[in-house]
Design a protein around this ligand. Sequence first.
Ligand code: ADP
Ligand code: MG
Length: 626
Amino acid sequence: MGRIHVLSDNVANKIAAGEVVERPASVVKELLENSLDAGATDVRVEIEGGGRRLIRIADNGCGMMRDDAMLAFERHATSKLSNVDELEAIATLGFRGEALPSIASVSRLVLETRDRHEQAGTRIEIAGGRLMTVDETAFPGGTTITVRDLFYNVPARKKFLRSEQTELAHIASLVTHYSLANPDKSFSLTHGERDLLRVAPVATQRERVFQVFGDTALEELIEVDTQVKILPLPDGERAFTVHGFISRPQVQKSNRNSIYLFVNRRVIRDRLLLHAISAAYHNLMPSACYPFALLFVDCDPGEVDVNVHPSKTEVRFRHASFVHDFVRDTLRETLISKRPAPAGAIPLHSPSQPAVGLPYSEFTQSLDVPPADVPRSVLPPPDFRLQPTAAPAPRFDFSDVPPPQSQPLRLRVPDTHTGFPADLAVDLPPSMAELPELRLLGQIHDSFILAAGREGLWIIDQHVAHERILFEKVLKAQARGAVEQQRLLMPIVLSLTPAQQAEYERIAADLAMAGFETEPFGRGTIAIKAAPAALPTAALERVVYEIIEMAESELRSVSVDDLRRGIAASVACRAAIKINMPLDMAKMEWLLRELAATDYPMACPHGRPVVLRYALRDILRGFHRI
Ligand code: ADP
Ligand code: MG
């Protein structure tokens, strides 16, 4: 007997499941797509236990006749594709006919369905790929699929699942995506008893954005009106369109979670489009930051290959660079034509004025200016309290500073003379031992403190130094459970996306430990009732969003410890005095003393240096004394 044999369907399905069903959210994706392909206008998603225990999707679509329902679980059984030519131009979300058999092979699945033309409905039960029962059932119409105990028979897969809240966050993000792409349909998502999303059909994309993200988000967004670009080809013309919403450049996210991309209404992750978006914001936003974007690219189905990956989240454009440039230019022009008022400092989460004639160069300059947060209860002894100054708004924020330099800064001095030192170095001090003995000299550029040491001239970045001091204080207070709080006169209400809500629940205890008293406040919102005393109220919203984003970021696996440090860093950064702020000698003395008392005065929590030093030796060399 030969050694090669054909795998049984059950084994083949399980292998396919490895590609199609990576996690609970992939099940939700496949089932949602099927519901939309079936013409549903109402899709309800019920989740329990982050999707491991239960995923149920009920739709009011066309339903299936009994024979089709049976066939749907055969591998490569699909109603959506019948020949190879059609593969060239797929208009439905599904087409591979792999999802249902794959899901059924790794769970306990019940399908209930009825085609409107049939009297009775059909109920099919499958466990681990094995058909258990097929019954007639009374069923109103449409299709409901219930998936229980995902991966119960694939322990290896189960091990890779993340926490319930993480899986839920993925599901929430997915349902949010589809609800955004289909404003004319209603969607709901519940986790156990809780409603995470519930949206009724609306007429416009804008209304759906409002339903999902709330009005604060809308204020930060610019609508990208539908733009069409024609690509002439030998066999005719192809039209490409793009529309959606993008954020003003002031809105800076630390990860790509807020970029929602759709090609022909299909949710995708695409490097090309992500790059086009970044390119549009080039120079308007620091490179490690990302905007919010909700973008719909539509084109002839023949122009895009969706059959690149089993989960169908990747696409390949036939004319990639054309699409890239079209999207980049459209976004760029939108950013320019709908630019904000020249006021410059447009606080996050606050409405901005309509555009007035401002040259583009000024527009880009004004983007760097953050709102001037004036720290209040920050510098301890009450007599040292900083007063709001009438100083001009800072010209730049630290978010613009490039990542920490591994090389010391080298000041090059032209070596016109022979024997003149080629370069003098301002460098990290070899040790911090001298820090407590420094003699304060003054401030330069309203930003940097100069001090004399035995072995050279010290330069201290006032913002970064204060950030370090506050960071350690906040961490220690957190550990003691003694963070000083301020109660807000009026609670601040933030709206969260469903995925952010899931993250929020996951980190609520850590937020509390850091001094934020928050609580769920109606669907999709939370209220902040108290916050760490060090934080200026104006920065509160931003910090809380930042923390949730941090938890949400690619580093989902961040340990509790990392998260606490992250929260402390975020609070410290917002509470610390800024640069471009004149300080009197007493305040500078205080800063130096406090810095000397920290455990790790060399670097800020993000790794930037706090202190630089001109070594005496270099000064002597510069003056030709050695
Ligand atoms: P594909 O979506 O790639 O065709 P699936 O395995 O996801 O493959 O589904 C197989 C078939 O089952 C679909 O082609 C469709 O005919 C039918 N089907 C699946 N889900 C539904 C649904 N919710 N309503 C109606 N028909 C469905
Ligand atoms: Mg499908």
